[in-house]
Structures are given as structure tokens and as C-alpha cells.
Ligand binder design. Sequence first.
Ligand SMILES: *Cc1c(COP(=O)(O)O)cnc(C)c1O
Length: 413
Amino acid sequence: MSWQDDYAQTMLPVFGTPKAKLVAARGCTVTDDAGKDYLDLLGGIAVNTLGHGHPAITEAVTGQLSTIDHVSNFFTTDPQLNLASKLLEIAGAPAGSQVFFANSGTEANEAAIKLARRVGAPEAGSSGRSRIIAVDGAFHGRTIGALSLTAKEAYRAPFAPLMPEVTHVPFGDTDALRAAVDDTVAAVIIEPIQGERGVRLHPAGYLTAVREATREAGALMILDEVQTGIGRTGHWFAFQHPEVGEGITPDAITVAKGLAGGIPIGGLITIGEKVSALLGAGQHGTTFGGNPVSAAAALAVLDTIKTDGLLAHVRETGDWLAEQLTAIPGITGARGAGLLRSFAITDPQQADAGELPVAQALAAAAQGAGFIINPVTGDRIRLAPPLIITPVQLQDFIDALPALIAETVKAQS
Ligand SMILES: *Cc1c(COP(=O)(O)O)cnc(C)c1O
């Protein structure tokens, strides 16, 4: 039986047919079952921060497994405590800030939703404020709570009714945002850069407006840094990127994808004593969240980013990549920050209008040529390679791209 048949018989079809069966991975290269190598320019969707098989993660995980593996959250461990301190440190969080560990991005956002539900809550009983504002184009995850914050109708519609009292405001419209955030609102949740919506940056001033409006209304500003956090933009968090974050400080941050470099983890960081005090004993929980193995992997990731100077490397490599992409004929609207980038291969206005299959065709051609890239919208490709990738490795892709685009565009017309 082929692996395709095996997959079709045994796996729920939610992901469609896999594009290959991978059998090995090292550094920025993954290998399929026919022995073909691919340059991994997606990094497990912004997860493989240190590439594949990095010795720091392997040593941390194996060492941790042989020291103390899983314990329940009736107990704590050094890796968990050290990781919480480290996250607060890199977030520049003031005294009183705290951390909750989960296992994924959607779970981190579920914790954030529960935090929001406690805003303005009387001592017992439910909160007086239950509305949450999210933004058109947002992606916050697939569980029912997080899905309610996610904007994409195709993801939402089959599962109605979703969580009530969520309002999506139009993308980039400061006036609409200010009008929506009143004293019935518990929180605004927002990605600093909309990853799944094609690595889309908010217009200048928008995040500042969210910060001002939430502060005035007594609502939380929750930043979903699941995709953008942990060095992806060349800063520990995207809100610390001067152009992206505009100098704002959020009330809460969610993280996941890149934090443990491929080991499942998620986290909610609450900024300051007042926000941290919203969730009390018994109000949330998890079995696996904060387990020492994931925490040890995350500590290895954070330590390696620091000691190898990867934040500066990501800034330099990302800027270089953006320049190279912009210079290629047939590419429009290259955008992003650090090593989270996207580009369109037709008019970018069209990309925002709907789904075109051209990006899928380009990704298929690239795979044939040995490159893994992601058709994130109809005509837009996302790149989120390991943070350790070098310009020399990227050059191979840049060199191949003009012919791949020419081939794809020709086949389409
Ligand atoms: C991927 C992603 C999530 C969901 O994370 P999972 O680990 O897949 O649950 C949430 N928010 C953002 C911004 C993401 O990119």
C-alpha cells in the first residue's frame, strides 16, 4: 500500500493529502522517502527556530528525560521555573508579571480568553464585560474559543454556533476600532503581524490606537505572538520591533510555535500585577502544560538564540532576503519583518480580494525543485525558515525563483 493510501485510510482528512512523506531532517534540510532533499523555508510553520536536529535541543530533551520527565502541576520543576523567569526577562515584563504554560498556540489563546473573562469580574460570578474584539483576517487557532476569534469564515461556519460576543473590526480602520472599544469590552486580541493572512502588517499607528483605546476603556490588549514571537522578527517579540510594535506594551502576550523549536509548548504571559491577579487558584489548568521536557527544550532555544547572536542574524538576513525578493521580476508586495516574509506573484490588490491558485502552483513547482515554501493565500507565498538559515542557503532559492515564477505564470495563463 502506498503511503498516500495508508494516509487516506487512517488519517482524518482535515489537512488534505500530505505533499510528501518526510523521513529525516537536519539543519535547514528535510528529506523525503525517496531520498530527495528540500531546503526548508517554512520551518514547520515558524516552529523550527534552530532548524532540525539542533544538538542544543537534543541534549536538553534527552538530558531532561533522564533526570525528571513528567510530573503533574501539583508540583514544579527547575526547567519550568527557569523558563518562566526567562520569558518574563525577554519580554521586559515588570515585577508582578507571570506566566501560564500550555501546549500549543490555540491553548495559549484559550488561557487569554479566560483571562479576558475575568476583567471587571466581581469577586464571584461572571464578568460584567464579556465582549472581545478581534480583527478581520485574524488567525488565533482552531479550538472553539480561539476559533471564535479567528476571522476566516471557511474555518468558522461549519462549527457554528461559536463563542458569543466576539466582534471582528475591519482591518486597519482606526476609527472603527475606536468606536468598537467601549466599556463593555474585556479585551482586544491582535497579532502584531497577521501570519496566516499573508504576513500582513497593520498600517502605521494602528497598534498604538489599540493600546490607547483599550487603556481608555479599561480593556486588555492581548498580543497573539504565537507566530511572531521568539526571535522571528529579529527581536524577542514583534512588539519590541520598533516599526512593528511602535513602542507599545501589551497587557498579555501569547506564545507557542517557535518557543521550544519543535517540541510542543504554549504560554500566556500576563504583564504586571493587576493583570496577573485576574486568574486565581483553580480557575485554569492543564495536564501537560509546563512539563519539564518542553521547558528544557525552550530554555535551550532561548539560550542558543542569545549565545549565537541570532536576533541580529535574523534582522540582517531578513533585510537581505527582502531586498533580493524585491529585485526579482514578477514579484510584488514583498512584506514582513525578520525571517517572517511573504511576497505576491501578481498584483497585491488581487491577493487581498480573494483566493487564486497561483501561489499553490508556485509552491508545487518549488517543491519539485527542492524548496519547501508555503502558499499562504491565493497569490502569496510565506517564508518562515529556521532562524539559523544563512544568505548562502537562501541564495539557492533566490537563484531558482525567477524560472519557477516564469514556469508557474505561464502554466496559469
Ligand atoms: C499558529 C497560530 C495559532 C495556533 O497555534 P496552534 O499551535 O496551531 O494551536 C494561533 N495564533 C497564531 C497567530 C498562529 O500563527
